[in-house]
Write a protein that binds this ligand. Structure first.
Ligand SMILES: CC(C)[C@H](C(=O)O)[C@@H](O)C(=O)O
Ligand code: SF4
Length: 476
C-alpha cells in the first residue's frame, strides 16, 4: 500500500522501532528560544551531558524581546533573566545563538525557513507549539515540551507515538480577496480546536498548490490551533524556488540530489489517510474571529452568532462565555466592531508578503483616529527587506508604528500589550483570554483585514475602503 507524505518522512527517520513502544525518531533540526530552554539546559548540566549535535541546533531570542529601544537594557527583570539565561546556556554548550540586535534574530519560525534550515523531508522540533509552521516545506515539524527539548539536546532523537494522518483538500480557487489566513481560520472553524487531535494534517489540492511559501507557512502555523500534531504541504517548485540560494540550502550537485529526493515526498495515489476533509476554496470569504478560541470565527460579512444557535451544549456555553469576555452581543454585525489596536506581525503573518499586503492597503491612507497600529516584522531580515522596499515609510506615513522584530503583541511576554478591555485586530494566531495582555480582546484577522481595519477603525476588508478614505489621507 502507498504511503502518505507524513508516513514517508516519519519512516525515513526511525532510529529504533519496537513492539508496543513509541518510535525513536532522528531529529534534523532543533530550534530553541528563551522561554522553553532554560530547564532543558539545567537538566543537561545536572546530568553532566553535552549537546550532542550543536551543528543541528540553533537559538534565537523572540518572546521576551522588546520592539523599541533594543539597545537599552531590558527593563523587565523576568525578560532580562530569560534572555541572559539563553545567552549563558548557548555560550556554555556551544549553541549558535542569534540574540537581540543580531541580523539573523527574529521569531524562531521565521528565522529557520529564511536561513534555508527548514528543508523538505526533515524532522524539525522546537519547544514551541507553532513549530508546525515548518511543515509548509514538507518537513515533519513538532512542537515539544521542555523535557523533550532536553532529550533532543542530549541525544538528537525523540521517542514519539506514530500520529494518525488527515488530508485537508482545498479545492477550487480562492477568491482574490481571500488569503491563507482566511483559509486556515475557516478550516479551524469547520473542524474545531480539537478536530486535528492526534493527526498530522496534510493540506493539499489546487488551492494549496497555488499558495506562496509565506502563505503555506501561515496555514501550517495554525495547524496546532486545530489541535493537530503537525501540518504539512508536499514540496514542489514553489518550495524549491524559495529555498534555492539560501544560506543553508544545499548547492551544486547536492542541490540536484536534494531536489531529486524532495520530489519523491508526495503522498502516493493509493495511500489512505485516517481521515479526510474537503473545503471548497472558491466559497470562502475574509474571515475573522469573534470569540476566545481560534475556532470561534465567521466570515467578516456575518454577525456575532447567538450562543443559542449552537446545538452542542459545550460550544453554546463557550460562546456565551466568549461573548461576555469579548464585550460583544449576539446579532452584532462583525463589521461594526470597533478596535483600539491593530497588530501586524507574528510567526503567522509577520513575513515580507504580509507586510507588503498591509502596506499596499494603508498606502496613501491614514490609520483612524484613536487607533494604534503596530507593524512588527517577524525577523530582522524581513525588516531589512521591508525597509529596502520603502514599506516602513508607507507605514509610518499612515500613522502606524514600525517596530523591531520579535513576537511582540502576539503574546504578553514583552512590553507590547493590550490594556484591560482594549480590543485588537491581530494577525497572530491565538485569541485566548488575556493572550495579548490581561483583559485584552483579540480578533484574529489577515494582514489585509488588519490594514483595512486600521484605516476604518472597525473590522473591515480592503473592499470596504473607498477612494475618499485615500483622499482624506492626502488632505491630512
Ligand atoms: C512561549 C511558547 C512556549 C508558546 C508556544 O508554545 O507556542 C508561544 O510561542 C505561544 O505562541 O503561545
Ligand atoms: S509569534 Fe506568537 S505564536 Fe509565534 S512563536 Fe512568538 S508568541 Fe508564539
Amino acid at each position: 500500500m502507498g504511503r502518505t507524505l507524513a508516513e514517508k518522512v516519519w519512516d525515513d527517520h526511525v532510529v529504533r522501532r519496537a513492539e508496543g513502544e513509541p518510535d525513536l525518531l532522528y531529529i534534523d533540526l532543533h530550534l530553541l528560544h528563551e522561554v522553553t530552554s532554560p530547564q532543558a539546559f539545567d537538566g543537561l548540566r545536572l546530568n553532566g551531558r553535552q549537546v550532542r549535535r550543536t551543528d543541528l541546533t540553533i537559538a534565537t531570542e523572540d518572546h521576551n524581546t522588546p520592539t523599541l529601544d533594543i539597545d537599552k537594557p531590558i527593563a523587565d527583570p523576568v525578560s532580562r533573566t530569560q534572555l541572559e539565561t539563553l545567552r549563558k546556556n548557548c555560550a556554555e554548550f556551544g549553541v549558535r545563538l542569534h540574540p537581540l540586535g543580531d541580523v539573523e534574530q527574529g521569531v524562531v519560525h521565521v528565522v529557520g525557513p529564511q536561513l534555508g534550515l527548514t528543508q523538505p523531508g526533515t524532522t524539525v522540533v522546537c519547544g514551541d507549539s507553532h513549530t508546525s509552521t515548518h511543515g509548509a516545506f514538507g518537513a515533519l515539524a513538532f512542537g515539544i515540551g521542555t523535557s523533550q527539548v532536553e532529550h533532543v539536546l542530549a541525544t538528537q532523537t525523540l521517542p514519539l507515538a506514530r500520529p494518525k494522518t488527515m488530508a485537508i483538500t482545498v479545492g477550487g480557487e480562492l477568491p482574490a480577496d481571500v488569503t491563507a489566513k482566511d483559509l486556515i481560520l475557516a478550516i479551524i472553524a469547520k473542524i474545531g480546536t480539537g478536530g486535528g487531535q492526534g493527526y498530522v494534517i496534510e493540506y493539499r489540492g489546487p488551492a494549496i498548490e497555488k499558495l506562496s511559501m509565506e502563505a503555506r507557512m501561515t496555514v501550517c502555523n495554525m495547524s496546532i490551533e486545530a489541535g493537530a500534531r503537525a501540518g504539512m504541504i508536499a514540496p514542489d517548485r514553489t518550495t524549491f524556488d524559495y529555498l534555492q540560494g539560501r544560506d543553508h540550502a544545499p548547492s551544486g550537485a547536492d542541490w540536484d540530489a536534494a531536489v531529486e529526493y524532495w520530489q519523491t515526498l508526495r503522498t502516493d495515489d493509493d495511500a489512505v489517510f485516517d481521515h479526510e476533509v474537503y473545503i471548497d476554496g472558491a466559497a470562502l470569504a475574509p474571515f475573522v474571529t469573534w470569540g476566545t478560541n481560534p475556532a470561534q470565527g465567521a466570515p467578516l460579512s456575518a454577525s456575532v452568532p447567538d450562543p443559542a444557535s449552537f446545538d452542542d451544549p459545550s460550544e453554546r456555553q463557550a460562546a456565551e462565555k466568549a461573548l461576555e469576555y469579548m464585550g460583544l452581543h449576539a446579532g452584532q454585525p462583525l463589521r461594526e466592531v470597533t478596535v483600539d489596536t491593530v497588530f501586524v506581525g507574528s510567526c503567522t503573518n509577520g513575513r515580507i508578503e504580509d507586510l507588503r499586503a498591509a502596506a499596499s492597503i494603508v498606502e496613501g491612507r491614514q490609520v483612524a483616529d484613536g487607533v494604534r497600529m503596530l507593524v512588527v516584522p517577524g525577523s530582522v531580515r524581513v525588516a531589512l527587506q521591508a525597509v529596502a522596499e520603502g514599506l516602513d515609510k508607507v507605514f509610518t506615513a499612515s500613522g502606524a508604528e514600525w517596530r523591531h522584530a520579535g513576537c511582540s503583541m502576539c503574546l504578553g511576554m514583552n512590553p507590547d500589550q493590550l490594556a484591560p478591555g482594549e480590543r485588537s485586530a491581530s494577525t497572530s494566531n491565538r485569541n485566548f483570554e488575556g493572550r495579548q495582555g490581561k483583559g485584552g480582546r483579540t480578533h484574529l484577522v489577515s494582514p489585509q483585514v488588519a490594514a483595512a481595519t486600521a484605516v476604518l477603525g472597525h473590522l473591515a476588508s480592503p473592499a470596504d475602503l473607498t477612494d475618499s478614505d485615500a483622499r482624506t489621507a492626502v488632505e491630512a
